[in-house]
Design a protein around this ligand. Structure first.
Ligand code: GLN
Length: 197
């Protein structure tokens, strides 16, 4: 049976994630209501605008359902705005994140001058050389809890991807490049492989 992957489809670039997971053979659901989380192996919270995603998620009663989903062993991967939504704490006053992962995050960390840039970085657990990482008004991880592992950083040491069990957050957008290796990593995590490489 194919893995069942949900893409949170409230706002943002969920369709790009959907296309990649479908190309890898997963059964993809666009999740717009909490009951659609039932039976999923993994969920992606896409890039977009974190304040809008959080506002809509509250309107449809997602916060408790998302915590239940992770408590019951569902895998979750947040990209960019998704990382912000997953954080335990933000350095900025808004939005109020959902505390799915023990990370403190700063939104728009790279400021206006370089608010979008691309670079190649190695990602732990992803074989075959560096990943081309696209950053668009990206956040960064400022603090991480004991159980959280940094799996990618920029040359200056800024952490930009983290993993903890079946949870992963990337500040960049693998769904905007033809390289599917991080999606494949998330499929392995969703299937229960939480080994760190
Ligand atoms: N800066 C955006 C936010 O705060 C995230 C940008 C993105 O997802 N590409 O929500």
């Amino acid at each position: 049976m194919p893995l069942r992957i949900g893409v949170l489809a409230l706002q943002g670039d969920f369709q790009e994630h959907r296309a990649v997971f479908e190309s890898l053979g997963a059964a993809v659901t666009e999740v717009r209501l909490p009951h659609q989380l039932e039976g999923l192996d993994g969920l992606v919270i896409p890039g977009g605008e974190s304040t809008v995603i959080v506002k809509l998620a509250h309107r449809y009663d997602f916060p408790d359902a998302l915590r239940r989903f992770t408590d019951e062993g569902g895998a979750v991967w947040g990209t960019c705005a998704g990382m912000i939504v997953m954080a335990r704490e933000l350095l900025e006053p808004e939005p109020e994140p959902f505390s799915l992962m023990d990370i403190t995050v700063s939104r728009n960390w790279f400021g206006r001058q370089v608010d979008s840039f691309e670079t190649d970085i190695p990602v732990k657990g992803v074989p075959g050389g560096p990943v081309h990482a696209v950053f668009i008004r990206a956040p960064s991880v400022r603090e991480q809890g004991d159980g959280v592992e940094c799996i990618a950083k920029l040359e200056d040491g800024t952490p930009v991807a983290v993993r903890s069990g079946k949870l992963m957050a990337t500040a960049f957008h693998p769904e905007l490049t033809p390289d599917t290796r991080i999606h494949e990593l998330f499929l392995r995590m969703s299937a229960g492989d939480i080994s760190s490489v």
